[in-house]
Ligand binder design. Structure first.
Ligand SMILES: [Cu+2]
Length: 157
């Protein structure tokens, strides 16, 4: 169930949220790019996104760059014997015909060395590099500190 306050906020928004914008490069569609507000710039920020590969060949996300952070990285949260860790991921596979999510609890971008504190309602550009499709620059919307994802009309499709 959605928190009432969040629904009320989005109901008052006259235009679609930035995080609901779609971007394409080659056979890939990039949706729902979002981050979470941070308290200051000392701790890393997060980066989440959804990537759909409508093509016939596999691809992979191999890099992320943004002016918002000095050292953005790809991580994967894994749980071994009840202990969570997040090793550096060299790449995130995006198999043909599938949708892959960078989401809380799994693959995610970690924005190390934030250049500024991320504030709710702000947005920043991020360039994603794919093995086959190449580079695409997208807008990343900063949601609230407790956000679990954007509320888009087409979410879940
Ligand atoms: Cu991480």
């Amino acid at each position: 169930m959605k928190p009432t306050i969040l629904s009320a906020f989005f109901a008052l928004t006259a235009f679609p949220a930035l995080a609901c914008e779609s971007f394409t490069v080659g056979d890939l569609t990039i949706d729902h790019a979002w981050s979470r507000a941070t308290i200051g710039a000392d701790r890393p920020g997060v980066f989440y996104v959804e990537i759909t590969n409508a093509g016939a060949s596999d691809d992979a996300l191999i890099g992320i760059a943004t002016p918002a952070a000095g050292m953005p990285m790809l991580h994967e949260t894994t749980v071994t014997d009840g202990v969570a860790s997040m090793p550096h991921a060299m790449s995130v596979p995006v198999p043909a015909g599938q949708t892959v999510q960078l989401a809380p609890g799994g693959y995610h971008g970690m924005l190390m060395g934030l250049t500024v504190a991320l504030k709710e309602g702000d947005s920043f550009p991020a360039t994603l590099t794919f093995q086959n499709a190449g580079d695409v620059t997208i807008n990343v919307e900063v949601l609230s500190l407790r956000a679990e994802g954007p509320d888009c009309a087409h979410a879940g499709q």
